[in-house]
Design a protein around this ligand. Structure first.
Ligand SMILES: NC(=O)c1ccc[n+]([C@@H]2O[C@H](COP(=O)([O-])OP(=O)(O)OC[C@H]3O[C@@H](n4cnc5c(N)ncnc54)[C@H](O)[C@@H]3O)[C@@H](O)[C@H]2O)c1
Length: 313
């Protein structure tokens, strides 16, 4: 009888390492940290370091590193960060040429070794990579989601909290649409402990916050020369935890759309309930006309990258 959950992390780089640390600390299950054979030593080294960390912090999780997909067999959850991150001056879409063959390789192996897993894709350009993963594996779209909205909403929440001089714990904010510069902060669903943010923060400051949120990933790339990893890892772990513990959290995730919000056959950020069934529900919010227009613009950007991916057979 299998009782412990198995979480495989595909890509043992910056986000992969932090994902492993968080999954272990939360004792979500045993963790397999996978990377390509030439980087298997890094995966093994991080795994060993983190197992030793458990002796200090007092968590009980088996963590192993590998370059062999067979070790990921039977995973309950797969979190995919395989691919390269942005460098200063690059857009997420500039990563297609490198990351498309990588996501296809990962999809083939996931199909072979982990057909039962709930899959969270993080690799960029996010909406196109998660679409391609689902298309290539043929997995049920309820079991394949992309992580972006939780992270973008966290950035939005932080900037709102700082501006309102409020605790970030009291902010509820939601960012929908594609994970690009056209992402759509939903002001109508944004409150500070129930009080609409627009009652506490003036329009000019709100506009500046929305601009900073949209460029939030790029701001960190400019500072570090590579992309963020602490908050991206926490965001994906919140999604994995909601699935593994059947928490039914309402989280903004890139989900496969079949008519919701008027969009079809594409992945884009929408409010999703994640539970033991995977994507159990996609919520249809009442958007303002402005928000609808922003979503249409964002969808157009996502579709243009997906079209490139579809043509690159
Ligand atoms: N969705 C989001 O919100 C979000 C946020 C931040 C970063 N990202 C993206 O996440 C990805 C990973 O970022 P990172 O900072 O961890 O990068 P990283 O370079 O530190 O790690 C990526 C790892 O993927 C591995 N890899 C390459 N090809 C592989 C393959 N075929 N199979 C398995 N592993 C493979 C590399 O060897 C490397 O160790 C990037 O594409 C980045 O743009 C997404």
């Amino acid at each position: 009888m299998k009782t412990r959950k198995k979480i495989s992390l595909i890509g043992a780089g910056n986000i992969g390492g932090e994902l492993a640390a968080l999954c272990a600390r939360k004792e979500l299950g045993d963790v397999v940290l996978f990377d390509i054979p030439s980087r298997a030593g890094v995966a093994k080294g991080k795994a060993l370091d983190l197992e030793q960390n458990g002796a200090i912090l007092g968590y009980d999780a088996k963590i192993s590193g590998t370059g062999d997909w067979a070790d990921c067999a039977g995973s309950d959850v797969l979190i995919i960060t395989a691919g390269i991150p942005r460098k200063p001056g690059q857009s997420r879409d500039d990563l297609v040429a490198t990351n498309l063959p990588i996501i296809r390789d990962v999809a083939d192996n996931a199909k072979k070794h982990c057909p039962e897993a709930f899959v969270i894709v993080i690799s960029n350009p996010l909406d196109a990579m998660v679409y391609e993963f689902m298309r290539k594996t043929g997995f049920d779209s309820k079991k394949v989601v992309g992580m972006a909205g939780v992270l973008d909403s966290a950035r939005f929440s932080l900037f709102l909290a700082r501006e309102a001089n409020a605790s970030v714990k009291d902010v509820r904010a939601m960012v929908l649409g594609g994970h690009g510069d056209d992402m759509v902060p939903i002001l109508s669903a944004c409150t500070i402990n129930g009080v609409p943010a627009s009652q506490l923060i003036g329009k000019e400051a709100l506009d500046a916050i929305i601009k900073r949120t949209r460029g939030g990933g790029g701001e960190i790339v400019q500072l570090m020369g590579t992309s963020a990893y602490y908050a991206p890892a926490s965001s994906a772990v919140a999604m994995a935890e909601s699935y593994l513990l059947d928490q039914k959290r309402l989280l903004p995730c890139a989900a496969y759309l079949t008519g919701e919000y008027g969009y079809n056959d594409m992945y884009m950020g929408v409010p999703v309930v994640i539970g033991a069934g995977g994507v159990e529900k996609i919520l249809q919010l009442e958007l303002t006309e402005d928000e609808k227009a922003m979503l249409a613009k964002s969808a157009k950007s996502v579709q243009s990258v997906v079209d490139v991916v579809k043509k690159a057979v």
